[in-house]
Design a protein around this ligand. Structure first.
Ligand SMILES: [Mn+2]
Length: 356
């Protein structure tokens, strides 16, 4: 298992690589290029610079999160082929710099959604939260709320140039139901997986967050059965999953440790996001510190499921709280994620030693 930490790049992230290096046990920086428009090729020179900076801090860059998928691919427009060719070139370019796993998602319009970016907990820390009752009927209102509450940070998947087009986007997706979206995913996978096989780069799809349809938009990775369907679209270990314990756990019907056991054993889960959430009522939740007792998920069970199945991929703490006066990017402050990494490493060490 290798512990990683998501980083938004020197231009966008107040967190310094050296601070990440100082978190015990963190070996990997999970990075991305945030200045390449979605759909365009990631230039080698920019990948090289990113990798060089990460390596100079004594860290590795085996995992990229995310190379986002152009909407034309998800919608199935004739122009998708051009974007798929670009994607293949990006895979080849990343492979040249040693990247092993590309995390991506196939969610229409919204990459993820919360109704509160600064939900205050009793200890005065704050987290992101989701309450279905607070969803506005007009998605534009939702976008404005998120934008006004992000304190100037550009949140992943909420790039302003994309969201400016929101009405067009909704219009473009109006004929895309679950079946169509799944067909379009298959078309994409059939095209790119042979390139992944050739370059030894694994695609690892992230679950929908929250794992439920929103604003009438389809969702195709919500649970274990969806994963089996996606797996069957293109049989290859390069067609694999990011298992996000938070996103899947947001639906209490999902047995997250069982999902981990099944897909790690089949070698279909090279990347795991480990985070906790606390249910406030059915379907509603707020994010929480990683510790089991702080949320509704048993993180020992999560790590044990990974350990028992022989997991040797990458894991990272996921969204954390803003604590100790830090006013960071919602979900992605330094301190609480560092505590999360340390806690997860502690669980792992105990699991390793109890084996001997
Ligand atoms: Mn995640």
């Amino acid at each position: 298992m290798q512990m990683g930490f998501r980083w938004f790049g020197s231009a966008d992230d107040p967190i310094k690589l050296q601070q990440i290096k100082q978190i015990p046990g963190v070996k990997q920086v999970v990075g991305a290029l945030f200045d390449v428009p979605v759909g365009e090729v990631w230039p080698k020179a920019k990948i090289a610079t990113l990798k060089k900076g990460i390596n100079a801090a004594g860290l590795q860059m085996d995992v990229i999160e995310s190379v986002n998928i152009h909407d034309d691919i998800k919608i199935g427009k004739p122009t998708r082929d051009k974007y798929i060719e670009n994607y293949k070139t990006t895979i080849r370019n990343l492979a040249e710099y040693g990247v092993k796993v590309i995390c991506y998602n196939f969610m229409p319009v919204f990459d993820w959604l919360r109704t509160d970016l600064h939900y205050q907990l009793a200890d005065q820390s704050n987290v992101m939260a989701f309450e279905a009752e607070k969803l506005t009927s007009d998605p534009q209102e939702m976008i404005d709320q998120i934008k006004n509450n992000s304190k100037g940070f550009i949140l992943p998947g909420w790039e302003p140039e994309r969201l400016a087009e929101i009405k067009h986007l909704f219009d473009a997706y109006k004929d895309v139901d679950e079946k169509k979206l799944t067909d379009n995913l298959k078309y994409f996978l059939d095209a790119i997986i042979p390139v992944c096989e050739e370059c030894d780069v694994r695609m690892a799809m992230h679950p929908d967050d929250p794992p439920r349809p929103l604003f009438g938009l389809p969702r195709i990775y919500k649970n274990r059965d969806d994963m089996v369907k996606i797996e069957e679209l293109h049989e290859s270990k390069y067609n694999s999953f990011t298992i996000c314990t938070g996103s899947l756990g947001e639906n209490p019907d999902n047995d997250v440790p069982a999902i981990i056991r099944e897909f790690v054993r089949k070698d279909r889960a090279p990347f795991i996001h480990a985070r906790n959430i606390k249910y406030t009522s059915r379907g509603n939740f707020h994010e929480a510190a990683h510790l089991s007792s702080e949320g509704s998920l048993d993180m020992y069970d999560v790590m044990k499921a990974m350990h028992d199945s022989g997991f040797d991929g990458y894991v990272r703490p996921d969204h954390g709280r803003n604590i100790w006066g830090e006013d960071g990017r919602p979900g992605y402050g330094l301190y609480d994620r560092a505590l999360g990494a340390t806690y997860l490493n502690g669980l792992w060490e105990a699991l390793e030693k109890s084996d001997k």
